[in-house]
Design a protein around this ligand. Structure first.
Ligand SMILES: Cc1cc2nc3c(=O)[nH]c(=O)nc-3n(C[C@H](O)[C@H](O)[C@H](O)COP(=O)(O)O)c2cc1C
Ligand SMILES: Nc1ncnc2c1ncn2[C@@H]1O[C@H](COP(=O)(O)OP(=O)(O)OP(=O)(O)O)[C@@H](O)[C@H]1O
Length: 282
């Protein structure tokens, strides 16, 4: 998979090199089940049409530019998104620089300069995708904005428990410490890559830590895995003292968040921990 960091300065050069492709559109932070459905739908169209599959995403997240949100909780760094998109069969990943100039493009200008001139013949996105200044363009206007040059597939809402699966919902679940339910939203447990030194696990940037508390997790690298307990503080994760720390834990690790543990007190007032029981099923 080729990743192209696209901006107004290099756009013309990539337009010159463009060939026919199917494009999936959106931010895709966390690559949850709704996102995967969009990309799989686009892959199917690309196979039918025998053309390549592209994904166009925006960085930084539009909400940080439009909404002025300085502290934004990303679910995954771009490097992780690239890895997952490659596994999903994407040939070209356009990461467009989202700045105020870009946000001000009219819907028609965006479709012409960033889709038609980049060889897009079919666009795929979810039912709620929007584009162009003030988010005025949507899935109903896309074909018309392209002067009928681009066909459109709209993916219907993917839900869990009657509500849309969204990156916002996943962020909220993490901030509430409810990691047990995330496999139903993401398709697998939430994972964070980190650096382990002694008892301290320091997450790399652009992940969202679950709320402070105690969790049952799986720690893994390429060769080993260990089911254990950790305590989350403001910015770091600590192995609990009862852990025997095997040597292989030092260095790069992935934390797989399995479930939060509840704090309980026995009759003498002594604190102990139990697995939370509010697990849900699909
Ligand atoms: C060219 C362009 C201009 C945009 N301008 C705005 C804007 O002015 N206001 C806004 O809220 N969102 C704007 N957006 C962001 C979209 O509303 C939307 O968040 C983005 O296309 C990503 O889609 P997604 O949120 O479905 O992933 C713009 C998007 C594009 C592609
Ligand atoms: N649950 C869903 N069902 C179908 N399509 C979806 C779903 N969630 C997102 N999409 C589509 O996936 C693409 C990426 O969407 P986006 O990054 O805005 O995800 P999101 O989960 O809605 O994010 P946020 O909560 O930050 O708005 C868009 O085309 C969007 O319409």
């Amino acid at each position: 998979m080729e990743t192209i960091y696209l901006n107004k300065r290099n756009l013309a050069a990539y337009q010159d090199m463009a060939s026919s492709n199917v494009l999936a559109l959106g931010c895709f932070d966390g690559l949850h089940r709704g996102h995967v459905k969009v990309i799989q739908s686009a892959l199917q169209v690309a196979k039918e049409r025998k053309v390549s599959l592209s994904v166009m995403s925006f960085f930084p997240h539009p909400k940080t530019v439009i909404g002025g949100k300085e502290c934004f909780h990303y679910l995954m760094p771009q490097s992780e998104k690239e890895k997952r998109l490659c596994e999903l069969g994407v040939d070209t990943f356009y990461l467009v620089e989202f700045d105020r100039d870009f946000a001000g493009l009219s819907p028609q200008a965006f479709i012409k300069e960033y889709l038609i001139k980049l060889g897009v013949t079919h666009a795929v996105a979810g039912y709620d995708f929007s584009y162009g200044s003030r988010g005025a363009g949507n899935m109903e206007t896309l074909k018309q904005d392209s002067g009928d040059m681009i066909d459109v597939t709209t993916v219907e809402k993917v839900e869990y428990k009657g509500e849309k699966i969204s990156s916002t919902r996943i962020r909220q679940q993490l901030l509430d410490g409810k990691v047990e339910e995330l496999p139903y939203l993401i398709g697998h447990s939430y994972e964070i890559k980190c650096e382990c030194a002694g008892f301290v696990l320091t997450p790399y940037s652009n992940y969202t830590l679950p709320a402070p508390g105690r969790y049952e997790v799986t720690l893994k690298n390429k060769w080993n895995s260990l089911q254990t307990e950790v305590v989350v503080n403001e910015k770091s994760v600590m192995l609990t003292s009862k852990n025997q720390v095997p040597l292989w834990l030092e260095g790069n690790l992935t934390i797989v968040w399995n479930r939060q543990m509840r704090t309980e007190r026995d009759q003498t007032g002594e604190v102990f921990y139990e697995y939370s029981t509010n697990e849900s099923s699909a």
